[in-house]
Write a protein that binds this ligand. Structure first.
Ligand code: NAD
Length: 292
């Protein structure tokens, strides 16, 4: 069994974006991402901080916009309109989830598609489904990158492999299914969700098993086929009163029992997370190269 080191894999993408950023700066363009955080959800705050640190490390500017939890939808929409028109801003990221009184889809729809570096706008989604050029969502794109790297380095073929995805969200499971079924990857896809009758009957068929349900240790070793590649997308906070922060992070996969069956497995943290951030950096540089 090999642990897939997402940090090392992400480093290669980061170095590439750093070089592209330096080249843009020579032409007088500094890539810039506007990062909008509404409210004080601790997980969102830590994601935003991590993203801004990564942006700074490769030389991309970030415009940090923090709004209180009671900000109205109208205020957010007028902010997005200003950012859309701002020639110094190449990408716009609105950290999700938003407070309940704000309609996420209305906010996402308001972002100019050419600045939609999260790849959540309906135009970006449509382009992805049709296999056209456009921004790809960072987590699914990072997972495809990881799987291609494993395929490149090792005796493993994505073409014809059966990928079972647990989770059908608009940001992970569903777009991942679309990307993996495209001709360039050529996998056969099963998407499982809360309506799936017998989850382990499905997961046991997987050559590639991707867990994106947001349920700690949902996948255990007895649900995994010998030699499967296991990608754990889940990031769950489990309360541990004795831990320094009062919690620890764990994935959707029970690592110890699953590692005994898998050929490759991603850890949490240090697996999919760093790849998600690397793909965001890449999308911002793509946006800056296209111009505003
Ligand atoms: P979500 O809650 O929007 O969707 C979860 C999906 O899992 C749903 O479609 C649901 O049908 C399915 N599901 C839930 N329980 C299930 C069960 N018992 N059996 C079968 N299916 C079940 O979540 P999301 O936004 O897709 O995120 C999923 C997880 O991935 C979360 O832990 C999240 O924190 C994490 N995440 C990580 C990254 C990263 O970069 N590492 C990025 C995005 C999300």
């Amino acid at each position: 069994m090999t642990i897939i080191d997402g940090k090392t894999m992400a480093q290669k993408v980061r170095e590439d974006t750093q070089q592209r950023t330096a080249a843009l700066k020579k032409k007088g363009v500094t890539p810039c991402l506007a990062v909008v955080l509404v409210g004080e959800d601790p997980s969102s705050l830590s994601y935003v901080t991590g993203k801004e640190k990564a942006l700074a490390e490769v030389g991309i500017d970030s415009r940090d916009i923090r709004l209180t939890a009671n900000t109205t939808e109208e205020v957010i929409l007028s902010l997005i309109a200003r950012l859309n028109a701002d020639k110094g801003v190449h990408g716009i990221l609105v950290q999700l989830p938003l407070p309940r009184h704000i309609r996420e889809s209305v906010v996402i729809d308001a972002i100019a598609p050419k600045k939609d570096v999260d790849g959540f706008h309906p135009i970006s989604v449509g382009n992805m489904v049709l296999g056209k050029k456009g921004f790809l969502p960072c987590t699914p794109n990072g997972i495809v990158y990881m799987l291609k790297e494993i395929e490149r380095k090792l005796a493993f073929s994505l073409s014809g492999a059966h990928a079972v995805i647990v989770g059908r969200s608009n940001i992970v499971g569903r777009p991942l299914g679309i990307l993996l079924s495209q001709k360039s990857v050529n996998a056969t896809i099963t998407i499982c969700h809360t309506g799936t009758r017998n989850l382990s009957e499905m997961t046991l068929q997987a050559d590639i098993l991707i867990a994106a349900a947001g349920k700690p240790a949902l996948i255990t070793g007895d649900m995994v086929k010998n030699g499967a590649v296991v990608i754990d997308v889940g990031v769950n906070r489990v309360s541990v009163p004795t831990a320094k922060k009062g919690y620890r992070l764990c994935g959707d996969v029970d690592f110890d029992s699953t590692a005994k069956k898998a050929s490759f497995i991603t850890p949490v943290p240090g697996g999919v997370g760093p790849m998600t951030i690397a793909m965001l950096l890449r999308n911002v540089v793509d946006a800056a190269e296209m111009g505003t």
